[in-house]
Design a protein around this ligand. Structure first.
Ligand code: IMP
Ligand code: MG
Length: 187
């Protein structure tokens, strides 16, 4: 069987663009372990619902909940905003609704990355009217210099520069989500 080489590569070339490693697999996994411990500690005695934002957050959510030691549930939203572009369209569309009832529950929204904050604002506005008992947000990445909306990210994996990144769930025109490390567009 042919094998896909998914080791850390020095660079990934996509057309005329070059991506270089920003966060390697072991660094990502170590930070997720810490986040998992912190969240588990803070939710002792509760049964939080982790709500992943598809597609980008699927890898992060699966690795995160492996590090959660309290009982928990999982659900997903699906949003679309970027299309095949590297910059946000400025519009968010709900493609898949939640299947769980959030009323009275402790909700933890799980995002891959917060850029302008538009998607997060959209999700918060969607969930709040359903009266969760509490709502917090965990994002693996945040681009603090790109934030345009007033959103509070309670748990942050890494602050990164306002540059386009791929890998570990994050796509470029739907590809490269399967990379184990995160790569940044070099200029
Ligand atoms: P926001 O709504 O501007 O905060 O953008 C958030 C969404 O855009 C994320 O959930 C990602 O799906 C996507 N996104 C933002 N920045 C990047 C990036 O650098 N690479 C890939 N996707 C990104
Ligand atoms: Mg996302």
């Amino acid at each position: 069987m042919p094998e896909i080489n998914n080791e850390v590569q020095d660079r990934i070339i996509i057309g005329t663009e070059v991506f270089v490693p920003l966060l390697k697999e072991d660094v990502i996994q170590e930070r997720i372990k810490q986040l998992g411990q912190q969240i588990s500690e803070e939710y002792k005695g509760k049964v939080p619902v982790f709500i992943g934002v598809l597609n980008g957050a699927f890898l992060f959510l699966s690795d995160l909940i492996k590090n959660i030691t309290v009982d928990c549930e999982v659900d997903f939203f699906k949003l679309s905003s970027y299309g095949d572009e590297k910059i946000s369209s400025g519009r968010v569309k709900l493609i898949k609704e939640l299947s769980c009832n959030v009323e009275g529950r402790d909700i933890i929204i799980v995002e891959d990355i917060v850029d302008s904050g538009l998607s997060m604002k959209f999700i918060e506005d969607l969930i709040s009217p359903h009266n969760p008992s509490s709502m917090k947000v965990v994002s693996l990445l945040i681009k603090p210099n790109s934030l345009r909306y007033n959103v509070k990210i309670d748990y942050i994996g890494f602050n990164i520069p306002s540059k386009f990144v791929i890998g570990y769930g994050l796509d470029y025109a739907q590809k490269y989500r399967n990379l184990r490390s995160i790569y940044v567009l070099s200029e």
